[in-house]
Design a protein around this ligand. Structure first.
Ligand SMILES: [Cu+2]
Length: 468
């Protein structure tokens, strides 16, 4: 028999944004939201302030005052209702990254809904088909609102208990601040035309060096979510018994190597990785690291407390399979999509949802000029229920995490490396790499398809794919 903490004790270790879950329910104040009683979850983006080890930074955006957007917990197969009320003077919408929602719930301005003006409410109602780790962020004024903090983790719980003693969501994001805590420009034309404008203040759940208490000898699930607008994280995990259990929400089909300092794991904007870790038996401190200019820097520290729970990784139940359709490669038609640097394009010169007057990037030689456009049609038209291969060809010397809304896909081959065939919604294209991805077009609608380096997205590296 495996040893377990009593229910309340186990739940007390469910951490979101650094706040513990109160016995008897979840509420906004604890940093967790859950659709449990059929009551809608209410979200209201608003301006707030927070201190990142410096004088307070003003002009941030969150759903809470002085704290990061909360972790939302939904249940697989259970309907969720989220009312978004815009508390900002600017337009906004919300997108549920990686969740296979109905198209009208996808939160993409002009493509699936009109953006909200101040105090306007939009009801998002969907039933998450897949368990796993996802996240949410606005899709209008994406650059500004995400850079200012509006990115949150969304957990879809499995229908049964996997057997962890603690479950911690880690929202990885850099801010760009001066010495007095003032916000520096997060969008620069120079950055947008190259790697992007990197932040200088690395945070996890908006904290510089968070430490969480975890039970000694216990099994912890860590959900790492790259919500930064630019940074491709290089992750190093501690030399402890553990394994990567899910990639971009879905249980892994093929093992992903445990990353070490000489071979870090790349986690690009939009991507998630879930790990299971067996904690040391004694009271000590362990850390997960990210490499910054080859130097390891802790992104979270875990302090083991209490008598050892003596748990065994083998006692964990396997994650439940998500209901995904396996593409039929024998009948799949191929569409090629070329990502390139196409300088000096004209953008949509009206600023709608943060559109720029110029573009640098293109898909199939066509720069996406801005959010409210009707001059550019779909990049590909897929027949509902059919299998496809999308050949993603990076003709630029920069890396691009390419994200497709509404559908999950499998990478099936790369010109540069061996890629595990794990389900994903965001695949990192290395410089000059070509990756074939395969999918079944089983969710109808116009699905946004773009680079998740937001400066690239907002200067042309975007478009949509139609499934009908
Ligand atoms: Cu890009």
């Amino acid at each position: 028999m495996k040893s377990k903490l009593p229910t309340i004790g186990r739940r007390a270790f469910l951490l979101g944004s650094g706040a513990a879950l109160a016995a008897g329910g979840l509420s906004l104040g604890t940093g967790l939201l859950q659709a449990s009683t059929g009551e809608p979850i209410r979200m209201r983006p608003r301006l707030t302030s927070h201190a990142f080890g410096k004088p307070e930074t003003h002009g941030l955006i969150s759903l809470r005052d002085g704290a990061p957007p909360p972790v939302i917990r939904l249940r697989q197969g259970v309907p969720a209702v989220i009312d978004l009320t815009n508390g900002l003077d600017d337009y906004t919408t919300m997108h549920w990254h990686g969740i296979r929602v109905p198209n009208a719930m996808d939160g993409v301005p002009y493509l699936t809904q009109f953006p909200l003006i101040r105090d306007e409410t939009f009801r998002y109602a969907f039933t998450p088909p897949d368990a796993g780790t996802y996240w949410y962020h606005p899709h209008c004024l994406t650059m500004e609102q995400m850079a200012l903090g509006l990115t949150g983790v969304l957990v879809v719980e499995e229908p049964f208990d996997i057997g962890f003693d603690a479950d911690i969501a880690l929202n990885l994001k850099d801010f760009r601040l001066d010495e007095d805590g003032r916000l520096l420009p997060y969008f620069t034309p120079r950055g947008a035309a190259r790697t992007g404008t990197l932040g200088n203040t690395p945070t996890t759940n908006w904290q510089l060096d968070p430490v969480y208490d975890v039970p000694a000898g216990g099994l912890v699930r860590l959900r790492l979510v790259a919500t930064d607008t630019t940074r491709i994280f290089k992750l190093v995990f501690p030399d402890l018994p553990g394994r990567i259990i899910a990639w971009d929400g879905h249980p892994v089909n093929e093992p992903v190597p445990w990353p070490r300092e000489d071979a870090p794991l790349l986690l690009a904007p939009g991507q998630r990785v879930d790990i299971a870790l067996r904690l040391p038996d004694d009271e000590t401190e362990i850390a997960l690291h990210r490499l910054i200019a080859h130097a390891p820097q802790p992104l979270v520290r875990l302090r083991t407390t209490g008598a050892s729970l003596n748990r065994d990784l083998a006692a964990l139940r396997p994650l439940s399979e998500n209901p995904l359709s396996m593409p039929d490669l024998a009948t799949a038609r191929t569409h090629e999509l070329v990502f390139g640097w196409t300088p000096d394009g004209d953008g949509q010169n009206n600023g709608l949802c943060g559109s720029n007057a110029y573009t640098f990037w293109s898909i199939n030689r066509t720069p996406w000029p801005g959010d409210a456009v009707d001059t550019v049609g779909p990049l590909a038209e897929l027949s509902l229920g059919k299998s496809y291969v999308l050949r993603l060809r990076n003709e630029s010397p920069n890396q691009h995490p390419i994200h497709l809304h509404g559908l999950a896909f499998l990478p099936i081959r790369s010109t540069l490396r061996q890629l595990p065939r794990n389900w994903t919604d965001t695949v990192l294209l290395l410089k000059n790499e070509v990756i074939d991805i395969a999918l079944v077009a089983d969710n109808p609608g116009d699905w946004a398809f773009h680079c998740h380096v937001i400066e690239h997205q907002k200067t042309g590296l975007a478009g949509f794919i139609r499934v009908a």
